[in-house]
Design a protein around this ligand. Sequence first.
Ligand code: NDP
Length: 451
Amino acid sequence: MTSFDYDLFVIGGGSGGVRAARMSAQMGARVGLAEEHRFGGTCVIRGCVPKKLLVYAASFASAFEDAAGFGWTLGQRSFDWTKLIAAKDAEIARLEGVYARNLDAAGVELHRCRATVAGPHEVRLAGNDRAVTAKHILIATGGAPFVPDVPGAHHAITSNEAFDLPHLPGRVAVIGGGYIASEFAGIFNGLGAQTTQIYRGKLFLRGFDEEVRLHVAEAMRARGVDLRFGDDVAAIDREGDHLSLRLTGGDVLAVDAVMYATGRRPATRGLGLEEAGVRLTEGGAVEVDGFSQSAVPSIYAVGDVTDRLALTPVAIREGAAFAETVFGGRPTQADHSDVATAVFTQPEIGTVGLTEEQARAEGPVEIYRAAFRPMMNTISGRDERMLMKLVVAKDSRRVLGVHVVGPSAGEMIQLAGIAVKMRATKEDFDRTVAVHPTAAEELVTLRDPVA
Ligand code: NDP
């Protein structure tokens, strides 16, 4: 019998890799893990976690404004970016320590270096340039920002750098219309920067329910973000102490920073995967089956390095399913259906299941909708409305999709997600007594379809 140095070697210490490594070790496997940057991966180090901290920071701007309607008079306000970034860094360092300690406590051997695949059962560690063998190899290297090849693109930053800027830029342009661009536009705007978001298509947040997209666009504009759709960057030039952004539509903007958020690409380059026989998609993602197994049976991949749903909780589920399958003796596939998600724009979005457009393509539907001023906005004077929408299958009565825009939409959708996952019908929602006074009660009091 061949003996290997490890039962499992994981390349990448982010959400997916860490979950797989810990669970496998707890099931008795001898596990090694290499991470070339910092434990915690994109989510903890330069993604979801620091982003949410910045969103909290930015949300004080509207909270201060709203306070006046409730009788508060606030004194001199000032914001210190350096202080926020230092506090964020301390929290990230704490979390990184927790990740490393948890791996260590589970008995995972940690290698703080780059690792590449040298064969179906062999991994090369750059740290001390030696090779180790493993019965199974798990690729969990995640992704990295993609910046299109535009003249002057080297002047731009990505979300990686945005978290560590030395100063808050006074004027900033965010390029892209996805999660990251829209969230950062809200962050910069809330913190006081003059913010422009530029998206090449007609309406940003492609893939989300159209009414949600329209609602968020209107609210972001009302909050001060200059949203420019149907335009793109032609070139970026440095001019003295600022950047000049030439747009394809002809406008020229003077800004202090340009941030690209035009998607992320799987981090597979130079990993030795193709040489080992692993098949990659056209976009460079590891091709895997439902069990996260690649074309080489001993090599698996989870998380953003595969072309599935690029979300932390999904990577965690894929990592857990891998461990169950390979070391737990229970073949398990991660379930990618009806995954609830939040976009931390300001106002935020919570969504689960099908959009109205997707559902209509599948059969007859009923749409239930309420757009209203949440109670908080009555005496605050803020004119922003909240949107709640249910997409219901006409025949089965199943609630196929729930879409919320407004305060705490992310928190709400986690719970609505359970109902959708349980295949709740509109009548199940109706039988549920409202919690009063809340905004969420609208979800169970929507009486008549609007379409
Ligand atoms: P997305 O794929 O969400 O969006 C990319 C955006 O960039 C789209 O608007 C796209 O336009 C545009 N774009 C792509 N290529 C170009 C180009 N060459 N020129 C101009 N525009 C371009 O990527 P993100 O970077 O925003 O986020 C990556 C992933 O990270 C998300 O898919 C999401 O899964 C995850 N994420 C999740 C978060 C959350 O859960 N809250 C937060 C942040 C990220 P078009 O629509 O026309 O293709």
